[in-house]
Design a protein. Sequence first.
Length: 89
Amino acid sequence: MQIFDLIRADNFDAFTKLVAIEGDVTQPELGLSSTDSQLLTENATIVFNLAATVRFDEDLRTASTMNVKGPRRLLQICHQMDQLEVLHN
């Protein structure tokens, strides 16, 4: 992605710190494996929550699960993170 070109040019080693973890905000504990959950709680310093539905015709149950319960589930996990400095929601 072009957005990261400046960082790549300036400090390529910064990308060695990034770890993408797949989860599902509609699932309890975000559907994380125990390994991924442990990795997050012990090492994560910054969390970006980009999960949401922005469809205006989404059924209410789906919309509330993704946009209300999902962030709440993420916040519960964030409270367990030893190194967390930033939660960007």
